[in-house]
Design a protein around this ligand. Structure first.
Ligand code: SAH
Length: 223
C-alpha cells in the first residue's frame, strides 16, 4: 500500500469536482436514478486503481487492474446498478467478479447486503482492503468461481455479473429468488448486456439492453 492509494478525498484529477464532472457526464449519457448518481458522486473511484492510473479514474473508460482484468467504465457501473435497482430496493445481492471492488462499493451503498465472488485471490485481497478503508461492512467477499454456483445458497433478489459468459448460466438463474433480477454481459466477441427476470411463478424472461465489452467469465480459481 502506498500512502496516497488511500487518499479517500483526492485532489486535482481525483477531487470531488472531478467526480462531479463524471456525474454530469453520466446524466448526459442517460443515467437517471438519483440514488446511483449520488453514490457515484460520493465514492472515490481513484482508490480502486493503481496510483499511476489514479488521475484517469474518472474518465469515460475502463482501466486495467492487473491479471488481465479491467475496472468497468463509469457508465457501465451506473447502468448495471440502475437496472438492478429498477424493481425497487433489494436486500441480498450477489456479484460475480469483484475485480477492483469498485462496483461492489457502489452496490454496498445501494443494497442491504452484497456477496461478491472473485476467482483471482490477489484481486480479492486488494478489494477487501479498499472496502474496509471505505468503512463498507455489509459485504462478504469469497474466493470462488461464480460459474459453479454456491451450493446450499440462493434466494438472491439481485445478481450482477461483471464478466461475460457465453450464455445466461443456469447455475446463476437457480440462485435468483422469485421476483429477482439479474444483469450480466453475455457473448464472446459480440456481447450484450442482458436483463433476466424471474417471475413470482418461476418463469424466466430475458431482455437485451445494449452492446457492451467485458472480460470473459472463466472457470476455476487462481490462488
Ligand atoms: N466489477 C469489477 C470488474 C472486474 S473485471 C470492478 O469493478 O473492478 C471482471 C472480474 O470477474 C475479474 O476480476 C475476473 O477475475 C472475475 N471473474 C471472471 N470469471 C469469474 C468467475 N467464474 N467467478 C468469479 N469471478 C470471475
Amino acid at each position: 500500500m502506498t500512502s496516497s492509494s488511500f487518499d479517500l478525498f483526492g485532489s486535482g484529477m481525483t477531487s470531488a469536482r472531478t467526480r462531479e464532472r463524471m456525474v454530469a457526464r453520466l446524466i448526459s449519457q442517460g443515467i437517471k436514478d438519483s440514488r446511483v448518481l449520488d453514490v457515484m458522486r460520493q465514492t472515490p473511484r481513484h482508490i480502486f486503481v493503481d496510483e499511476a492510473l489514479a488521475h484517469r479514474a474518472y474518465e469515460d473508460t475502463a482501466l486495467p487492474i492487473g491479471h488481465g482484468q479491467t475496472l468497468s467504465q463509469p457508465y457501465i457501473v451506473a447502468r448495471m446498478s440502475e437496472l438492478l435497482l429498477a424493481d425497487g430496493p433489494r436486500q441480498k445481492v450477489l456479484e460475480i467478479g469483484t475485480g477492483s471492488g469498485y462496483q461492489t462499493a457502489v452496490l454496498a451503498q445501494l443494497f442491504g447486503f452484497v456477496h461478491s465472488l472473485e476467482r483471482i485471490k490477489p484481486l480479492q485481497e486488494k478489494a477487501r482492503e479498499r472496502l474496509q478503508n471505505l468503512g463498507l461492512h455489509n459485504v462478504r467477499l469469497r474466493h470462488a468461481d461464480g460459474l459453479q454456483g454456491l451450493p446450499g445458497d440462493g434466494g438472491y433478489d439481485g445478481i450482477i455479473g461483471t464478466a461475460a459468459s457465453l450464455g445466461v448460466p443456469a447455475t446463476l438463474v437457480d440462485l435468483l429468488a422469485l421476483g429477482g433480477t439479474m444483469v450480466l454481459p453475455v457473448g464472446s466477441s459480440h456481447q450484450n448486456l442482458v436483463l433476466v427476470h424471474k417471475g413470482l411463478d418461476g418463469a424466466v424472461q430475458q431482455q437485451v439492453i445494449e452492446p457492451v465489452k467485458f472480460v470473459p467469465m472463466l472457470g476455476g480459481v487462481i490462488g
